[in-house]
Design a protein around this ligand. Structure first.
Ligand code: G6P
Length: 462
């Protein structure tokens, strides 16, 4: 059978891959490379490592690239039918599994697992099977396969059935739900998800808290972990990349433009997020409004740079949330703004250089998610900020496990406490702030992406 094995020694599988394509006006295909921890992690093993990244075609441009046979070495895009992908990605992964792990349901009305959900679930199985088959085709004998995230929970089990020789790992970039919340899923589906994951030799999580929740779910619904090993790898910020990138010319230009918007001599509270329900942007704005109300001494002296970039706009609940963020920012500006001072500067167009410019200018970083697997913004701002920043951090962010000591901790639901934390952060003595920011940056970069990736690979092979 060895002749039917593929060539790849290391395989990564994720829904979103490292490259995407768009059809230009002249009909040609333009490619764009993405960033993130996985991309820099995988680059650590080098171009001759025989690595292959299997991902979904997500756009018309991607599908066209697959049809034309256009692609990059080391990347295989799967052209899963668009309706199957939409059911799996929007219907199951983003509307159910994401909601369960981030505990986002408004439970008097939702979820209701109806016949429509069962239909979407069948698509999720089809989509996971397409990944398992592609990985089985491409993997060399005994290869290591690193499957990513809640989109692909069934892949380890399916792949194990096809190829018992492989070393299979799975990594969760999200929180994991506690058993009493996970129990909302239909019983058979809860078991299927856990058994799918337990098909792996080793499962990775960002924090001990999420790993423990997974173990508790397995004890309750799957009779324990079986032979599967569990590891914790807290992905850190990529200091070298961030420090270099944040001093390029386009970032300097954005800084100048932001300084205009901020005005002379004012402090800045910075947040940068996808407009994501779990990021808690609305309560962040409410807390900032409370600060202006309770502490009038900050009026005219502080500006909130709130960058909320569009995400998952196919889902109505995300569109509504985006609209609420915009409405509230405008309301605060109308309520408190003066001719020379705009209290909230909200930007919604994704611009990485501008995010880095805001990081450099940050006096305070506000990171207040309801629940978050890690939250890299909390780790990135202390590394990049020019003068060192104070960090207001939700205790429900995974990053809190590593940064809690030098951050100002908040309960993300407590708007009054968050307003007080903003006041404390803004009032911090400059020398204390610099010291704390240095310690935050050191903790934030303890496990850079390359090491994070190699540790997992070594643990899987070991
Ligand atoms: C965040 C999460 C990841 C997830 C990704 C998907 O970055 O931390 O766990 O894979 O979102 O985002 P997308 O835009 O592809 O839905």
């Amino acid at each position: 059978m060895a002749s039917s094995f593929g060539a790849a020694q290391v395989l990564v599988a994720s829904n979103r891959g490292p490259v995407s394509y768009a059809v230009a006006d002249d009909g040609s295909l333009r490619s764009k490379r993405g960033g993130g921890g996985l991309v820099s992690g995988l680059s650590a093993i080098g171009p001759d490592s025989g690595a292959l990244w299997v991902c979904s075609a997500l756009s018309d441009g991607d599908r066209e690239a697959v049809r034309r046979g256009v692609g990059e070495d080391g990347v295989r895009m799967l052209d899963i039918p668009a309706d199957v992908h939409a059911d799996a990605y929007n219907g199951v992964a983003n509307s159910v599994l994401w909601f369960v792990h981030h505990m986002l349901y408004q439970t008097p009305l939702e979820p209701a697992f109806d016949a429509e959900f069962r239909r979407q679930w069948a698509s999720y199985e089809t989509y996971n099977r397409a990944f398992a088959r592609a990985l089985a085709e491409e993997a060399a004998e005994g290869a290591a396969v690193l499957v990513q995230d809640y989109h692909l929970t069934l892949v380890p089990g399916m792949l194990r059935e096809l190829r018992s020789d492989l070393r299979i790992g799975h990594f969760s970039h999200t929180p994991w739900a506690p058993p009493e919340y996970f129990a909302m899923l239909p019983d058979d589906i809860a078991r299927q998800v856990l058994r799918g994951m337990l098909g792996a030799d080793r499962l990775g999580f960002l924090t001990h808290r999420w790993a423990d929740a997974f173990t508790a779910c397995c004890e309750r619904f799957a009779g324990g972990l079986g032979g599967t090993r569990i590891g914790v790898h807290g992905l850190g910020a990529d200091a070298d990349f961030l420090r270099a990138r944040s001093h390029e010319a386009d970032v300097d230009e954005r800084m100048a433009a932001l300084r205009e918007e901020i005005g002379e001599g004012r402090r800045t509270v910075v947040r940068v997020d996808r407009t994501e329900l779990s990021k808690n942007i609305v309560r962040g704005l409410l807390a900032y409004r409370q600060l202006l109300e309770d502490r009038p001494e900050w009026r005219e002296r502080v500006v909130h740079l709130a960058f909320a970039y569009p995400s998952r706009q196919d889902l109505a609940v995300y569109r509504d949330y985006t609209a609420e963020v915009q409405r509230l920012a405008q309301e605060i500006n109308e309520q408190y703004g003066t001719p020379g001072w705009r209290p909230v500067v909200l930007h919604v167009r994704d611009d990485f250089a501008r995010s880095l410019a805001a990081y450099r200018l940050a006096d305070v970083a506000l990171v207040n998610p309801i629940r978050d697997g890690m939250n890299l913004v909390a780790k990135e701002v202390p590394v990049v900020s020019d003068a060192g920043c104070a960090l207001v951090l939700s205790r429900e962010a995974g990053a809190h496990e590593e940064l809690g000591e030098d951050a100002i901790t908040v309960n993300p639901y407590d708007v009054v406490q968050t307003a007080e934390a903003l006041h404390e952060a803004l009032s911090m003595r400059p020398e204390d702030r610099t010291e704390r920011s240095k310690r935050l940056a050191a903790a934030a970069t303890a496990l850079p992406p390359a090491r994070w990736f190699l540790d997992q690979l070594e643990a899987l092979r070991g």
